[in-house]
Design a binder for this molecule. Sequence first.
Ligand code: MN
Length: 201
Amino acid sequence: MAYEVPPLPYDYSALEPHIDEETMHLHHDKHHQAYVTNANAALEGTEWADKPVEEVLKNLGALPQDKQAAVRNNGGGHYNHSLFWEWMGPSAGGEPDGALGEAIDAAFGSFQDFQARLKDAGVKQFGSGWAWLVHDGSGLQVVSTPNQDSPISQGQTPLLGVDVWEHSYYLKYQNRRPDYIDAWWNTVNWSKVAEEFSKVG
Ligand code: MN
């Protein structure tokens, strides 16, 4: 079945004032839709068209050569954004507790050190891309990826990611990517992150 943009799990204005309503409309309805449309077009007629996007992205090298770039970019865009909407929410933010909080402390020193690492990865990602908290099979890591490359294609499980494409922040924050990342922390839905961590941690 062709991919579809999942409905936003909260109102478009729910992340105000950190992420503005107009950005959410454009980002979800236009940008994510474009990735879905283009991923479907690239996969149409191939044996991969009916596979879950996770499986496709884990096996990019097995796709027809002339489809790989389009699927990497657009299938990645679909997968990354589907997660991104779920990692945010209204009345969110704060710090994770329980096993996830302990694992972050163990891996990075403290929650504040982790925040600094993720922000640094996002700010230093040249051009478009993402900064991530991933589980690499043995532990937690902060990584960044260009474009819509997804950690899942590198065998890592993305637990949290911040989209640092300009389309994520330019209307409200213009060129101030660091300010956008600072504000984005107030939207992080840690219960969703902890749920995924419990499956791999
Ligand atoms: Mn985006």
